[in-house]
Design a protein around this ligand. Structure first.
Ligand SMILES: C[S@@+](CC[C@H](N)C(=O)[O-])C[C@H]1O[C@@H](n2cnc3c(N)ncnc32)[C@H](O)[C@@H]1O
Length: 398
């Protein structure tokens, strides 16, 4: 990105060009470029068209705010989505933190949420483009805060109540799951976790990498696990936590709000015979190792010691209204072998099949093709192991 052209975009003339670029968002790119070239220089046209495109793309992460924000392509990809950042900021608010330093703030996904929560927010990043964009985002949203180009590993964080870092998990070879390859790297993270801090990491972080006394919080948004946040110092309130941010209107009665489950909610649960209901825990619950907490909460147990399926015979159907798992009623067991399974599905007129699987070596898309189903009924099939045996269950989502 041409930094001068980006800065110009923030002027009144630049904003007019950006508005024109946004109107041309559906036009053929060459035509859009040619139209805007009549009124502006090529670098400015390029930056305006890029921002217009990125704002559209950013709606998925930032909702209505996207229309007023600025991005870089990589900065947008790496940014924390608004719902998750808002949850993090709310935890800092609940802790009554007054100030936070964001060490590697990128385009400001988290920084904006901190400032919106009323914290004094300072951001630093090594990349001058991202600093310019983060600064523009605070200004565009009418938020206070300071953003500077600096190296996070050399900053004194002590004046701030909380230090936050979201290390880049990319190496020249692409995404990296090796904590040693993060920038800033793992030793920096470990040092930071010796104070009141929060560090965003990838959901796949091994449990044994989490230092003693640090809380790991797996967060899912609309059913997808987005991150594991490490909370240290006085911000750590448990060892493992699963936080579920549901889709608007989620739950049978559309009333699920943000929900959180911790290691203290987990009395443990054993394997029990398959009951009337099957529950598929949310990914955050699975990553946090809290499947047994869900089993206990629904008066049930595990279908298999090593699989993340819960089963229960509870008569209290309200228990199944949990934000932490998707509940299904088990309608019947079908043959597991492919030929008789196909015959059973055809007999029931099932032409459209959702296949869920866990613990069995099956590729649902390939199986669906091989089954060559016909019929006007739709159904959900779960393929899993029950008491060590491959099992096919016809289920109905509750
Ligand atoms: C994953 S991104 C942060 C995204 C941000 N949380 C958001 O929501 O927009 C990581 C950022 O850390 C920055 N970074 C990496 N090493 C750094 C260092 N030593 N000092 C400052 N920033 C650094 C990168 O430039 C990048 O912008």
């Amino acid at each position: 990105m041409d930094l001068d052209a980006f800065r110009w975009l923030l002027t009144d003339d630049g904003q007019r060009l950006l508005a024109d670029a946004e109107e041309l968002a559906d036009a053929d790119p060459l035509r859009a470029h040619a139209t805007l070239r009549r009124v502006a220089e090529p670098e400015r046209v390029a930056v305006a068209l890029t921002q217009a495109g990125l704002r559209r793309k950013a709606v998925a992460k930032f909702g209505d705010l996207a229309a007023r924000m600025y991005f870089t392509p990589d900065g947008l990809e790496q940014a924390t989505r608004q719902r998750v950042a808002t949850h993090r900021a709310a935890r800092l608010q609940a802790f009554e933190a007054a100030s936070v330093i964001d060490l590697g703030c990128g385009i400001g996904g988290d920084l904006v949420a901190f400032a919106q929560a009323g914290l004094v927010a300072a951001g630093i990043d090594l990349d001058p483009e991202r600093v310019a964009v983060a600064e523009a985002n605070l200004a565009a949203l009418g938020l206070d805060g300071a953003v500077t180009v600096a190296d996070a590993t050399r900053v004194d964080t002590s004046p701030f109540d909380v230090a936050f870092a979201d290390p880049a998990r990319r190496s020249p070879r692409g995404r990296t799951f090796e904590a040693a390859d993060w920038t800033p790297p793992w030793p920096f993270v470990e040092r930071l976790l010796a104070r009141d801090a929060c560090v965003k990491t990838a959901p796949g972080i091994p449990h044994d990498l989490v230092p003693p006394g640090v809380e790991a919080e797996w967060v899912s948004d609309h059913g997808e696990v987005k991150e594991a946040a490490l909370w240290s110092g006085r911000l750590a309130t448990t060892t493992r936590r699963a936080t579920v941010i549901p889709a608007a209107g989620a739950g049978r009665r559309g009333e699920h709000g943000l929900a959180t489950l911790t290691a203290e909610d987990d009395p443990g649960a054993g394997v029990v015979p398959l009951g009337r209901f099957l529950l598929e825990p949310d990914g955050a619950v699975i990553r946090a190792g809290l499947v047994t907490a869900v089993a206990a909460a629904v008066d049930g147990g595990l279908v298999d010691e090593h699989l993340a399926y819960v089963t229960t015979d509870t008569t209290d159907l309200d228990l199944l209204e949990t934000p932490f798992a998707r509940a299904y009623e088990v309608l019947e067991e079908l043959p597991y072998r492919e030929k008789p399974l196909r015959a059973a599905l055809l007999t029931r007129g099932i032409g459209s099949l959702t296949i869920k699987k866990r613990g069995v070596d099956i590729v649902p898309e390939e199986l669906r093709q091989r089954l060559q189903l016909r019929g006007d009924q739709t159904a959900t099939l779960v393929l899993t192991r029950v008491a060590g045996h491959g099992t096919a269950l016809l289920v109905r989502p509750l």
